[in-house]
Design a protein around this ligand. Structure first.
Ligand code: PLP
Length: 409
């Protein structure tokens, strides 16, 4: 007897993060916090070990009156001012394309909705080889195959692999849908250069002569780039797309506003023609209505209030955390380089990922835990969440990790 549809995959989710959080907590209870290095949690934490929250964000949210917190959003695509504010904030004037916005429950909603509506069951979604685990799960839930491109070659974006994977997938279907998680890639911390983006767009234009192309650009961590507003300049490269290419930028206020639980974000749909944007919007609107209906009104109002009236306060507050993240990552990366602890090219963002094959990774992850250092296993690597580690825990960590690595090698 079975209650779920035959095609549903019944394998339970293996959560690589929460199981290790539990182990880290047990180690802390037994040995005290000072004895444990907890590099597991993927949210931004203060130096005092608390979840970082921006006062501008939460004081604004709490000042919204009950009726506004209680009510439905104005439309299934989100409140009109939120949609405009999302365009203005995310793109920062760096796009001349036609665009539409659909409010979504976080970046998850934006990525998931794009995958669900742009590929037929059985078709292939193109992903980075090292990636946020939810992409593969989304593919599975939509009965999609996946193909992955290797991320790096000689310390740079591996355009050759990206092209080869796209060309392979083009042989078997009429369209290409791919995810590029950039800038501040999770979990490596890589950000592509503008030249790398230009090469990607030129190649996608070539592919678009025979195939329709949907580029999903997941920008979840963009507002923690170390380059400030300049981190958004690469959107100008998208102006060069051909008529047969659409770009969907998946924006998350979880990170940008440190408000993970408010479940708010947006899919910004961009294309060369109004018809292309309209087609995606019509389908996405129905998809939204049929799944989450509409988005948290209070979260959207909070975002708009800040964007329209409190941007300087917000920026100043957020900058302190960007600086903190930069300080933590600089210490880790400099020490790693000094002792020869290999990691994927890191530029900015919440995580640094050590590079190794999966056999070594498994042994090493265990050995680290024996030394009370808790991290997360990712494909071909070990993710170190510098976002949640105080500076005093980061200092000296790379050297300790290198010593442990030498013992298990
Ligand atoms: N994309 C990446 C790469 C992420 O790491 C996350 C969250 O961890 C998300 C998207 C989506 O986050 P949310 O749905 O909370 O906006």
């Amino acid at each position: 007897m079975s209650f779920v549809k035959d095609s549903a995959n019944r394998t339970p989710i293996v959560d690589t993060v929460f199981a290790i959080v539990e182990k880290a907590n047990q180690a802390k209870a037994k040995n005290g916090d000072d004895a444990v290095v907890d590099g597991v949690i993927g949210s931004l934490y203060t130096e005092e070990g608390k979840l970082a929250t921006l006062d501008t964000v939460f004081s604004t949210l709490k000042s919204i009156d009950d009726a506004h917190l209680a009510k439905y959003a104005v439309s299934f695509t989100g409140n009109p001012d939120f949609r405009q504010d999302a365009i203005d904030w995310v793109l920062d004037g760096n796009s001349n394309l036609y665009k539409e916005v659909i409010a979504t429950p976080g970046g998850t909603g934006a990525v998931g909705m794009s995958i669900e509506n742009c590929l037929e069951p059985g078709q292939t979604l193109i992903l980075p080889e090292i990636a946020w685990g939810s992409y593969a799960l989304m593919a599975q839930m939509n009965n999609l195959q996946t193909a992955s491109y290797s991320l790096f070659k000689d310390g740079h974006f591996n355009i050759d692999s990206f092209k080869a994977v796209c060309q392979e997938v083009m042989k078997k279907q009429d369209r290409l849908v791919m995810i590029i998680n950039d800038p501040c890639h999770n979990p490596t911390g890589y950000s592509m250069s503008e030249d790398e983006w230009k090469e990607v767009i030129a190649f996608l234009n070539e592919c678009s002569r025979t195939h329709s192309i949907v580029l999903i650009n997941d920008i979840a961590y963009i507002d923690f780039s170390y380059r400030g507003a300049y981190a958004k300049h690469y959107f100008t490269c998208f102006d060069e797309i051909s008529d047969n290419v659409a770009v969907i930028v998946a924006f998350s206020i979880s990170k940008s506003m440190t408000s993970y639980g408010l479940r708010c974000g947006a899919a910004i749909v961009m294309a060369k023609t109004p018809e292309a944007v309209d087609e995606l919007k019509i389908v996405f609107e129905k998809s939204a209505r049929a799944t989450w209906s509409n988005i948290n009104n209070g979260a959207m109002e909070m975002f708009s209030e800040i964007m329209e009236h409190k941007k300087p306060e917000y920026l100043a507050e957020k900058q302190k955390y960007v600086d903190l993240l930069k300080e933590r990552s600089q210490i880790f990366v400099e020490e790693a380089e000094a002792c020869g602890l290999e990691h994927y090219p890191y530029k900015e963002g919440f995580f640094v990922t050590l590079s190794m094959d999966n056999d070594l990774r498994d042994k090493y992850h265990e050995a680290l835990m024996e030394e009370k250092i808790f991290t997360v296993k990712v494909n071909k690597g070990i993710r170190v969440a510098i976002c949640s580690m105080p500076i005093e825990k980061v200092r000296g960590l790379a050297g300790r990790m290198k010593e442990i690595l030498e013992k298990v090698k």
